[in-house]
Ligand binder design. Structure first.
Ligand code: FE
Length: 177
């Protein structure tokens, strides 16, 4: 088959492009990304706590399991931290990860503990379209346990309301910051 000059030069160009691309990929594999450029929240998501479902059932009470692992919700106005306003730190009940500071807790009147902000990189957000609503679910960035949801009707400066189950948290008075 006779190849016309245009086809021949196009073929050479494609070969040059593919070679350059391959060399770039090999170079990229050899480079390490500095820690300062990593999104540590994402890194934690890639390395979630390795607990099996039976581990969680053994560690948690049935109510904790229903909420933390089965994405349940405690009844409004029944949680132990709804009207709790001592100074300290709230931790994930599944793994002890520090998630909220008492400074961000406020009286929202919604029936669940409410915070205007989460501690840096402590929680992950996921779109949740269950129950016929468009919400954003909040989970622990370390163990992926369900904590609650975040809404955009909170106070300034964040404008956010982290609506969290009391069952999903443990409070530590002495470990503030
Ligand atoms: Fe956790």
């Amino acid at each position: 088959m006779k190849i016309c000059p245009i086809q021949k030069s196009s073929g050479i160009l494609i070969l040059v492009f593919l070679s350059f691309n391959l060399i770039s990929q090999i170079q990229a594999q050899g480079k390490t990304i500095p820690d300062s450029k990593l999104n540590l929240n994402e890194q934690k998501k890639d390395n979630p706590m390795k607990r099996t479902d039976s581990d969680w059932k053994r560690i948690l009470s049935p109510e904790e399991y229903r909420i933390l692992r089965d994405k349940g919700t405690e009844r409004a106005f029944t949680g132990k931290y709804d009207g709790h306003f001592e100074e300290g730190t709230y931790k994930c009940a599944g793994c002890g990860n520090k998630i909220f500071d008492s400074e961000s807790k406020y009286r929202s009147g919604c029936g669940w503990p409410a915070f205007s902000d989460a501690l840096p990189e402590s929680v992950a957000e996921t779109k949740d379209n269950t129950m016929g609503m468009a919400r954003v679910e909040i989970t622990c960035s370390k163990c992926e346990s369900h904590l609650g949801h975040v809404f955009n009707d909170g106070p300034n400066p964040t404008g956010l309301r982290y609506c969290i189950n009391s069952v999903s948290m443990d409070f530590n008075q002495e470990e503030k910051k």
